[in-house]
Design a protein around this ligand. Structure first.
Ligand code: RNT
Ligand code: ZN
Length: 417
């Protein structure tokens, strides 16, 4: 009752600035977030049990209860999804194949992912996909698809080709586009002599990967840039310029990861530029703290600005919102719930803004009003709308979700020894 009353007051207040909260709620309920499976087990996967995480990314922490099998991961995902309003997508990496066979990465096939598809159908979820070009002996040199060694290069080309088939299978089975993200950790720890050759090799290799045309009703393919990784501090083959150039010239999408740029560069400002030159965009919403640390997404200024860039001019229609963080120092289900709910909260706040009015003021050059109003709108009662949205969607309101996570931790996670 209190939630309804608070909502009614908020609705009235927003209507005074021309915002229809019911319409906003309807719109928000349709936005799918692609939740990344790898928060559930610290980017381990199930194909190679004893391989360390490589590729210049790191999880730190040893919080108890990490999922050890695909069944456990699905159980945890169901728990997390029950705390998040709406129907979403799950983003799988190739190493999460769920099979008794032991295929290497260049041998994976749709059949190794059948259980995921069945589960996605049962739960009304979409699936996205990623080839896993790290945590494998063939990536030990620090190079994969751009390696100077033809054997290594071909292994990864084959893995990427196989991954495309799996993505197409997901798209067809689930009747919605599967977004496939191609990220390669390739780079040098120290200063290279030749900065061009690895990029040429990556370009040629990608052209081979993408040679077969796939039905765009079922898949969209993105390539993700990066500025540096641990152990590849001096040079990254798939730089921003490389990836944007490749995507624009080949009709692919770019994946912008919030942690893959210099610390004062923000992706909220890149979204509208990139989408002038590509049809679609993929985001890896993450939170870099001093480096690409992949902290859990919080409701900070940059998250709000990302949401504003998507909502204000309708770019959300051409953007796939994925999450990319992995924190092993806290309850992993809580991490999913916090990050995903925050992404939704940011979108809600952006949707609750009288954008047309603000744009008019800006065009008229009244920057005093622009600043004044933007600041005043920050304290409008968005929380009341969020609470009402959660209640309406049948998920816990406010911090009530935490009780459920604690309970699950005690009953399920703490028993995983
Ligand atoms: C690494 C990239 C990449 C990975 C995932 C696991 O820096 O952000 O997206 O985090 O593929
Ligand atoms: Zn990423």
């Amino acid at each position: 009752m209190k939630i309804q009353q608070a909502y009614n007051l908020a609705k009235e207040q927003y209507s005074e600035i021309g915002v229809d909260t019911d319409a906003v709620i309807e719109k928000l309920s349709k936005v799918k977030i692609s939740m990344h499976c790898w928060q559930g087990d610290d980017v381990g996967g199930f194909l190679f049990k004893d391989t360390a995480l490589s590729g210049g990314i790191q999880t730190t922490g040893n919080y108890p209860g990490k999922a050890r099998t695909a069944n456990e991961l699905r159980q945890d995902l169901e728990m997390a999804l029950s705390l998040i309003p709406g129907k979403h997508k799950l983003n799988l990496h190739a190493i999460y194949a769920d099979t008794d066979e032991k295929p290497d990465l260049n041998e994976i096939e749709p059949k190794h992912f059948e259980k995921w598809v069945a589960w996605a159908k049962e739960n009304g979820l979409g699936l996205d996909f990623n080839p896993t070009c790290f945590s494998h002996p063939m990536a030990d040199s620090g190079f994969t698809i751009s390696s100077a060694d033809e054997n290594v290069r071909n292994f990864w080309i084959e893995h990427c080709k196989k991954s495309r088939k799996i993505a197409e299978y997901f798209g067809k089975e689930l009747g919605q586009k599967c977004v496939t993200n191609f990220w390669f950790p390739d780079g040098y720890k120290d200063i290279p002599v030749d900065r061009e050759a690895p990029r040429k090799r990556m370009m040629t290799a990608l052209d081979e990967v993408f040679a077969e045309k796939l039905d765009s009703n079922y898949t969209v393919e993105a390539i993700e840039s990066k500025v540096f990784g641990i152990g590849a501090e001096s040079y990254t083959v798939g730089s921003n310029e490389f990836c944007v150039g490749y995507a624009v010239s080949r009709g692919k999408a770019v994946c912008l990861d919030a942690g893959h740029f210099h610390p004062t560069e923000v992706i909220s400002d890149k979204i509208p530029s990139v989408l002038l030159f590509t049809d679609e965009l993929l985001l890896h919403v993450s939170r870099p703290v001093r480096w690409d640390s992949d902290h859990v997404v919080v409701l900070d200024d940059e998250l709000l600005q990302i949401a504003q860039s998507l909502v204000r001019t309708g770019l959300i229609e051409r953007t796939h919102i994925g999450l990319d963080f992995f924190d092993a120092s806290i309850n992993r289900i809580a991490a999913w719930a916090i990050g995903t709910r925050n992404m939704q909260k940011a979108l809600l706040r952006a949707m609750l803004e009288p954008t047309a009015e603000l744009m008019k003021i800006e065009l008229e050059g009244d920057y005093t009003s622009r600043l004044a109003l933007n600041e005043e709108y920050k304290s409008y009662p968005f929380g009341a709308v969020w609470d009402y949205f959660c209640e309406k969607m049948g998920v816990p309101v406010r911090e009530d979700w935490l009780i459920k996570v604690k309970d699950y931790e005690e009953k399920i996670l703490n028993k995983r020894k």
